[in-house]
Design a protein around this ligand. Structure first.
Ligand SMILES: C[S@@+](CC[C@H](N)C(=O)[O-])C[C@H]1O[C@@H](n2cnc3c(N)ncnc32)[C@H](O)[C@@H]1O
Length: 268
């Protein structure tokens, strides 16, 4: 477990993932009934963009730091309100915690002991946000279905292991059996187009009726990640259009190409 998200926080891929996260949570908040968020690979929750790790890669300079000029724009608006100020960049669990209402709940799982310690501290201000130390792959099945029967599962592994796509596929197969109507936000790197396509195809074959894929690609230096994808299962109605609108605003600023494609359901 060498991966530390502090080197990548706020980069082009983080920005799109967190933009999607905020958009989904705003949809969940439209109904009064409570929802649960489960974040299987939560990270430390807050990242110091002025810290040694962030300065070393300077990835946030090609991501969140280019978007600050959009503050006040309605498309990426709420995401930028939450993430676009100051040096403390919020990761997925802190973004989710900020959007919980009193009736909602977050469970954030992190395996690395140091990252977990920081996560626990970062989530301390929110009574309905719980940090769990452990393996997200092992813990998720026991948390599904959530008693609320509504909610979002965020799955954002580090892809350090050669078989992470396989593990992710297995995790989703079991999760969908338990919580078929849940919303799933799954992040994956696109190092090989065919590998990413195969993964999405395998998930579709699990019988998912609504699936959206979001891609973002930049011209990265050799050896650096140039492409990332999000697979969103059971996305809320209207989420695709919102993401298209927001990406049309942010992609030019990131010098990126972005796409939103229905793999199953609605726009197919
Ligand atoms: C990509 S980062 C998460 C970033 C976070 N989701 C965000 O958007 O702010 C992946 C995290 O997963 C943790 N991790 C690695 N293997 C894990 C596992 N099996 N279960 C839970 N966490 C794991 C790593 O320590 C790392 O903090």
């Amino acid at each position: 477990m060498n991966y530390r998200h502090a080197y990548h926080a706020g980069n082009f891929a983080d920005v799109v993932k967190h933009l999607a996260l905020v958009a989904i949570l705003l949809h969940l908040r439209k109904k009064e009934s409570p929802f649960a968020v489960i974040d299987t690979h939560a990270g430390r929750g807050l990242y110091d963009l002025g810290g040694e790790e962030a300065r070393k890669t300077a990835e946030a300079r090609g991501g969140i730091e280019r978007l600050r000029q959009l503050a006040g724009d309605s498309a990426p608006g709420r995401y930028l309100e939450i993430a676009g100020e100051g040096h403390q960049y919020p990761g997925s669990p802190v973004i989710a915690a900020k959007l919980l209402r009193p009736q909602d709940r977050l469970v954030a799982i992190e395996k690395h002991p140091e990252e977990f310690g920081a996560l626990k501290q970062a989530l301390a201000p929110w009574r309905k946000a719980k940090a769990l130390e452990g393996d997200g792959y092992a813990r998720l099945p026991g948390l599904l279905p959530p008693p609320e029967r509504r909610g979002l599962v965020v799955i954002d592994p580090p892809f350090e292991m050669g078989d992470e796509f396989e593990s992710l596929g297995e995790l989703l197969r079991g999760a969908l059996r338990r919580f078929a109507l849940g919303i799933y936000l799954v992040w994956f790197p696109v190092k090989s187009a065919s590998q990413a396509q195969r993964f999405c195809g395998e998930v579709l074959a699990m019988g998912v009726s609504k699936a959206l894929r979001i891609d973002i690609t930049i011209a990265a230096a050799e050896g650096k990640l140039a492409g990332a994808g999000l697979l969103v299962l059971n996305p809320p109605f209207g989420f695709d259009g919102e993401m298209r609108q927001a990406l049309a605003k942010i992609a030019p600023l990131l010098d990126a190409r972005a796409g939103v494609t229905w793999l199953a359901g609605e726009g197919r």
